[in-house]
Design a protein around this ligand. Structure first.
Ligand SMILES: [Fe+2]
Length: 395
């Protein structure tokens, strides 16, 4: 064989090997995200998942052309590294401001004590979000519940809501049916959220009873950014103080289905004590509207321990606090429960179930004078409305 042909063959072989080993099929990829979470007036958290271990950061700034700042996550002086779940918080923003950002991940091929070998770096598309503001005079939000892994319904409800803008999306529990592997959290929460709205609009996760089930229920918080690390918290946006609570499971703690591994009675009492302090807070007292979002309605059932426990423990405090609106799921029966003096003195809007024509999205339009809540099915039928007028100031 002439030398020229041999050289050509060697070159082709090397090229083939080069293509083989740098093939895009082996490339670092974003599995899910970015998904905005835990919004505040001055910060936003961004969560995404990569297919291989990386160290990650977010580049951000006040315009698409000026991503001149960098945020990363870490603790104890160590920047997070060698992991596939990336949770980074941008801090120091201004209320009601627009922030442009892009996620970046750098693959870690080998992590040795005195040398880290990096692979590819991946940079996401530029996206943007708005921070919250107590001074915003009006805004809207939507609530989805009991999707139970029906991504088709998730998509339908979210797309149907997209015709008018909204600032927040609440996932009000039982989005996952039980958590037997972490891919369910990615496939049924992070991916649909990011693909449908959460690159620009933050998602607020309200845990349902089904998300307490399964071995990997204990890892759900690893994929979320929860205020103070808890599933119960409060925050403000516009004239609303939101109270998010976690009702735990519906059956008694000693039910054989839980194998002695749940402690929800004590957890609900802990939240009662938190709620007592919360309703005395200045932020709560000053808010023009108070909205509670909780998966399991605190309605006496005479059948389900969880609901009955909430009815006894939390309902008197909600009455005392003069809650304006409660939004729930769980029962798989959409309805609007009118306020009942001396019983539950606030309206409760309960979303639907994971079935065609019976899944719902609740949209609430907020102004400084009123709340307008409308519940619509995946087919676009309005199946519940409620209007709350601002209460006159206390004398
Ligand atoms: Fe439920």
């Amino acid at each position: 064989m002439p030398n020229q042909s041999l050289n050509h063959l060697v070159c082709c072989g090397l090229l083939f090997l080069g293509v083989l080993f740098s093939s895009p099929a082996c490339a670092l990829e974003i599995v899910a995200g970015p998904c905005l979470q835990n919004p505040t007036e001055t910060s936003m958290s961004i969560v995404w998942v990569t297919d291989v271990n990386c160290t990650s950061w977010v580049e951000y700034g006040s315009s698409e052309q000026a991503l001149d700042r960098k945020a990363f996550a870490g603790s104890h002086g160590l920047i997070d590294a060698d992991q596939t779940i990336h949770r980074i918080t941008i801090e120091g923003l201004f209320p009601a401001s627009t922030c442009y950002y892009r996620i970046c991940s750098k693959e870690i091929l080998k992590f040795e004590a005195y040398k880290v070998t990096y692979g590819q770096t991946l940079t996401g598309d530029v996206c943007h979000f708005n921070t919250l503001s107590k001074n915003k005079p009006d805004f809207s939000f939507i609530v989805l519940n009991d999707i139970h892994q029906r991504n088709d319904l998730f998509k339908k409800l979210a797309e149907q809501s997209a015709s008018r803008p909204y600032d927040l999306v609440f996932l009000n529990g039982d989005i996952i049916s039980d958590i037997n592997n972490t891919s369910q959290i990615i496939d049924y929460v992070l991916k649909p959220c990011a693909d449908l709205f959460a690159k620009t609009t933050p998602m607020i996760y309200v845990r349902g009873n089904h998300e307490t089930r399964g071995k990997y229920a204990r890892m759900l918080p690893d994929y979320l950014v929860l205020p103070n690390g808890r599933f119960y918290f409060a925050f403000d946006h516009g004239p609303v103080r939101f109270i998010i609570m976690d009702g735990g499971e519906d059956k008694t703690d000693d039910n054989p289905a839980y194998s002695g591994l749940v402690d929800f009675d004590r957890y609900r009492i802990q939240q009662k004590h938190w709620l007592q302090k919360q309703i005395q807070s200045e932020a709560f007292q000053k808010a023009l509207f108070k909205i509670v979002v909780v998966h399991m309605p605190p309605v006496a059932s005479q059948q389900w321990h969880g609901s009955d426990h909430l009815y006894e423990l939390w309902r008197p405090l909600f009455n005392e606090a003069k809650i304006d609106l409660m939004i729930c799921g769980h029962t798989h029966k959409y309805e609007v429960i009118q306020p009942k003096p001396g019983v539950s003195e606030y309206p409760v809007m309960i979303g639907g179930k994971p079935a065609d024509k019976e899944a719902t999205v609740i949209r609430v339009d907020v102004t400084r004078d009123k709340l307008d809540a409308v519940m619509t099915t995946d087919e676009g039928a309005t199946v519940g409305t409620y209007q709350v007028l601002r209460r006159p100031p206390a004398l």
